[in-house]
Structure formats: structure tokens, C-alpha cells
Design a protein around this ligand. Structure first.
Ligand SMILES: [Zn+2]
Length: 144
């Protein structure tokens, strides 16, 4: 004797099926929707866990906040100072960058508040730090 369909109670002809042929498409659709709902819940739980300092999303949020803050400070500096007179990237690379060899990355990082990675790039002459850092760097170079 065939088992009844879990939905309509009609006899199910195929073995191990819970639904009859008529109800199967709808049952599959509902199972799909349930799977989507479960996935959404899992994502929401992950997002809620974003408070966890171990989670990547927390680190990324902190990182993008730090980047946004640096950009804001750059804009503010630009508004207050305009273009530095006679001092441009070429000037920095010519006059300042060669003197930085004498300083450790941590000395540069302490003087500028920039990351060791950023200091490494501008000490190598691979990048020029934003002009708002130039004064601090010049103060440092005058110490030696
Ligand atoms: Zn059915």
C-alpha cells in the first residue's frame, strides 16, 4: 500500500517520496525558500557577531574608518594650508627622502603617526607622504 502524500494525502506512487507528483513542485519550492531563510538567518548572526574583535568584518570596519579619517585629515590640511610654497613631491624626494635613511621605521612612525608600512614606503622613496606630515618629518631630520 503506497504511503500518503505529506501535503494532500493522495497515495504516493514512487518509493521514498514524501509528496505526490502534484505536490512535489510546491514542496520543492518551499524547501528552497526555507533554505534561503536559514541562510539569511546565518548571515544575520554573522553580522551580529561583527562586534567580535576576532571577526574579519570588525577589522575591516576599523580599517576603513582609519582610512576615512586619514582622508578627512588630508582634506582638512589642504583646506587650511593650500599648496605648500616651493615644496612639492620632487622637493620632498630631493631634500627630505635621502635624510630618512638615518632613521628607523619606528622613529618615523612615532614622528608622523603613520604605519610602519607607510613609513617604509616613503623612506624608500617609493611614495611621498601627504604634506601634512612633512613638518614632523623635517623636525625629525633636523635632529641628526
Ligand atoms: Zn500531494
Amino acid at each position: 500500500m503506497p504511503a500518503p502524500c505529506a501535503s494532500c494525502g493522495a497515495p504516493v506512487r514512487k518509493r521514498r517520496r514524501r509528496y505526490c507528483e502534484a505536490c512535489l513542485p510546491q514542496a520543492r519550492k518551499e524547501r528552497g525558500l526555507r533554505a534561503i531563510a536559514i541562510a539569511r538567518k546565518a548571515l544575520a548572526a554573522q553580522a551580529a557577531a561583527g562586534e567580535d574583535p576576532r571577526s574579519a568584518s570588525h577589522t575591516n570596519a576599523k580599517r576603513s574608518a582609519a582610512i576615512a579619517e586619514a582622508h578627512r585629515q588630508n582634506r582638512e590640511w589642504r583646506r587650511a594650508h593650500g599648496k605648500a610654497q616651493g615644496r612639492d613631491h620632487a622637493w620632498f624626494l630631493r631634500e627630505i627622502a635621502p635624510k630618512l635613511e638615518a632613521f628607523s621605521l619606528s622613529e618615523l612612525a612615532e614622528a608622523t603617526g603613520l604605519s610602519l608600512a607607510a613609513c617604509s614606503r616613503f623612506r624608500a622613496g617609493a611614495r611621498v607622504p601627504h604634506p601634512r606630515h612633512w613638518e614632523a618629518i623635517m623636525r625629525l631630520t633636523q635632529k641628526r
